[in-house]
Design a protein around this ligand. Structure first.
Ligand code: MF3
Ligand code: CO
Length: 289
């Protein structure tokens, strides 16, 4: 059913369609007609939803800050899990990973050649020289946020520290490309080129995702994509930028024993940073980091 120009806009603003998203929809249709993949209205968040995701992201950031204060050599990843559970719930949130598709813990902790989705365990003790990704996701009042950081423990080798730094910088490189009416492929390609220029490779099979009303929404966000390809970015979209960058080859494998952990095939280290980002009228806003 076509919305009348004087009907209330579909975005929930309460404004008339003609004063709100009518021009936006026309622009979207132009892109669609040119063969560009455009987001469904359901992927465009309302003001209220954005505020909810922003608050969720604030909890997620506070939890990661708390981990940053406490993480140290000799600690088990189970202890990180407890820190995350306790801080998240103290702030009124729920750790999104807990029971997500059967995931047994509140956070993912991935060390060295572990690429992502490492399950915390009391048997896994952080060692001097480890590089570890702590990936936190929060549900607050039904709104989801997702971000992760790397931690360098004790005496980390120069080359591993560089991998961590370059991966962190790759987020900034990708963010520069986040502007309305550009394609996600512009962002993915920028990250890929940056990683390759440093002699690294980027994981293909696992990527980012829309986020906000659910943990994982459309679209799949690739960091090996091509400019001018993938979904159009428009104001109100929320997604993650979370490249996994490998020192060696891009090949990874799944740990069949636990069904979650992903490792590099060649055993070389991998790093990942993640932010939740909102596309705004003139660029982006980081909602969780
Ligand atoms: N936080 C991860 C992401 O960035 C998802 C982990 S799913 C879990 O998408 F179940 F392993 F937590
Ligand atoms: Co994510």
């Amino acid at each position: 059913m076509k919305l009348g120009r004087n009907d209330p806009c579909w975005c929930g603003s309460g404004q008339k369609y003609k004063k709100c998203h009518e021009f936006f929809d026309e622009k979207l249709a132009e892109f669609r007609n040119r063969g560009v993949l455009v987001p469904d209205h359901s992927l465009i968040k309302t003001k209220e939803q954005i505020e909810g995701i922003r608050k969720s992201g604030l909890v997620n950031r506070t939890v990661l800050d708390y981990v940053a204060e406490h993480i140290c050599v000799g600690m088990s990843t189970e202890e990180i899990d407890r820190l995350v559970y306790e801080k998240t719930t103290e702030l009124g949130g729920i750790p999104a990973p807990l029971n997500f598709e059967g995931y047994p813990k509140s956070v993912c902790t991935s060390i060295n050649d572990q690429v992502c989705h490492g399950i915390p365990s009391s048997d896994i003790i952080l060692k001097d020289g480890d590089i570890v990704n702590v990936d936190c996701s929060t549900i607050l009042n039904g709104y989801f946020s997702d971000s992760s950081r790397m931690f360098c423990l004790g005496h980390v080798s120069e080359e591993n520290r560089r991998l961590v730094e370059v991966t962190r910088e790759s987020i900034a490189v990708g963010l520069k490309e986040v502007k309305p009416w550009k394609c996600m492929g512009d962002m993915g390609a920028a990250i890929h080129e940056f990683a390759m220029a440093h002699g690294y490779s980027v994981v293909r099979e696992i990527g980012g995702h829309g986020v906000g009303l659910e943990f994982h929404e459309e679209p799949f966000v690739s960091y090996v994509s091509r400019r001018g390809e993938e979904m159009l970015m428009v104001p109100g979209m929320v997604f993650t930028i979370e490249p996994m960058i490998n020192m060696g080859s891009q090949e990874v494998f799944l740990d069949e024993a636990d069904g979650w952990g992903v490792y590099t095939e060649d055993g070389k280290p991998s790093a990942q940073w993640e932010v939740t980002v909102l596309v705004t009228e003139d660029g982006y806003e980081i909602l969780a980091d």
